[in-house]
Write a protein that binds this ligand. Sequence first.
Ligand code: ADP
Ligand code: MG
Length: 700
Amino acid sequence: MLFSLDTNIQFINGVGPRRAALLKKEIGIETLGDLITFYPFRYIDRSRFWAIREVHPDMGYVQLRGRFTSMSIVGEANKRRLVMIFTDGIGEMEVVFFKGISWIQKRIVMGNEYTLFGKVSVFHESINMVHPEVEPPSTDPIRGTATLQALYPSTEALRNNGISQKFFSRIQADVWVKMADRLEETLPAPLRQSQKLVSKTIALKNIHFPESNVMLAEAQRRLKFEELFYIQLDLLKQKSIRHIQIKGARLLRIGAHFHHCFALLPFELTNAQKRVIKEIRNDVGSGKQMNRLLQGDVGSGKTLVALLSALIAIDNGLQACIMVPTEILAQQHFASISKMTAGGPTVIGLLTGSTKASERKMLAQKLLDGSMHLLIGTHALIEEQVQFSRLGFVVIDEQHRFGVDQRARLWAKNPTPPHILVMTATPIPRTLAMTLYGDLDVSVIDQLPPGRQPIKSLHFHDSRRTHVYGFMKEQIEKGHQIYVVYPLIKESEKIDFQNLEQGYQTILQAFPKPAYQTSVVHGQQKAPEKASYMELFAQGKTDIMVATSVIEVGVDVPNASVMVIESAERFGLSQLHQLRGRVGRGPAQSYCILLTGNKLTKEARQRMELMCATNDGFEIAEADLRLRGPGDMEGTQQSGLAIDLKIANIAKDGQLLELARRIAQQIIDIDPQFQLPENKILIPKLQRLRKNVVDYSRIS
Ligand code: ADP
Ligand code: MG
């Protein structure tokens, strides 16, 4: 039969329909093309033989050479196993098989030399090896004299069904023989020359069957580059199409809405705020649609920038909306923005999940007849029933909570797409931002309003709780307020709630009424109850706010100067930093107290140490990316963008990513339609990438 990259893997010798189905289910491999791009996660040096005395379970796969000296069958019925003693002449260990016993029994000859390849484990305090690969020493025809062997990611189910590392090597070799001369180059020749990248064929050959360490490194560099390059090419191409094709309302006027609010401001804008407002004005004055990401640390004053920009749109006869991720935050924004625009011409509305039907009707009316200028709300804003007469400016706060599709549904609310300002309070490492938001323009507020004292962060184990309570009392005596936050993790809402309830009771005992007043806010309360507790705290009528991490975003109570984070080890770095940003907003010295269990993993300890060492959100975001990897970063799952890279690693391959983006930009600048002969090669792969991305701009 004729094989192509689209051929199903069941037609490879030794695979068949049953294993093919399993491979698809377990690791998503369906075609020969999938298999060729199923990259090893590690390589082992098969020229290296270890002595039994040297090996230990932490080593992963090892290779041994020696002889079997005994063989016996032990155990009854389903515990039956074949136990053999293997020796390299100095040390010895047990080798155990639970499956394929009779087959092994027939094949192994006592006293002959074999090579064992497997993972070392410990059983009853001595080492052994379970189900290793056993081979007579011989040269492998595919690898020739090469000694690096690829190891592929696998699963329990695969291993239990005879899909071993050896099996992977064998089918990769088989596919290689069938496909090698039909693999097409996917990078332009001049680019490969200038960047000294090996050809696709050489890269794929060496990624699976490395000739040497040097060739392996070259293969990795080429494939990583290609992966990052195409993502950037796609993002930048989308961006350039938008710049060329999509018109936006041209906003040139600055009028009463802006001036009124500006005059009311009790402070000067920071230079960073001024710069960003200028960048936004340039965008919206250009006649093109703006798509801008605004990054800035917690408390850097993004909301104000967003509001002033929205007011410019309103001054130009358009409507604006601000979408935030939680109801509490929407209420807070509504309250503070109402205050900031009080007495002026701007009409502002609030729309959340708990807005009453009658109220909704009224809002809908005013939005449609254009008498409402600015709507603030949760994702209730996206719903189809919400229609504007001329929506011109959309602010999405705390973007990481929203998906790309939600962003896009706001686009569709006006015939000319509105200008879009996306704000994130979780600073994102540059490299991740380039991938997640690579199609947006980026502004950064890299300066906090003046007069803020850096927050002091301290880490205590639970055993020091009394000490911490003593400190909290001192702070309350000084007239300050305190947050006590418990982790909220969706999967175990019940347990989280119990934790919070218990914590709340403990706090009530340690801080009894009437000397101390405590508010509590959690997910099981109805919106009005939440709001009233928030209000009590915001007005300074309660000293302590016990809450789940719902307060993480946005809440602004300048008199709160202490943030106590319970079970801090259960939070990621970015989240801890977000929570910490709730304090330090007033003139007083603020504190963040991280309470953890007495025993911490190494990683958790690193997180606590870093939190105590720095207040810089970008530094923390970089470290978060390093410690957890991009897959776990907040926002990456919902982002809808291809962040699950096959070979490159955003945390580790930052330089290559920068290079890939620079080169992609050069190509787009010179040849946006890929019409030069050498660039035609880019079109098919880019189209394939596009096919996997939903085009939200077409969703109405
Ligand atoms: P972010 O949304 O970036 O976390 P906010 O917009 O909520 O920050 O601003 C945090 C606090 O700082 C608010 O109380 C806001 O009124 C105040 N603020 C904003 N800009 C300035 C400024 N230029 N000078 C002083 N205070 C400011
Ligand atoms: Mg904010």
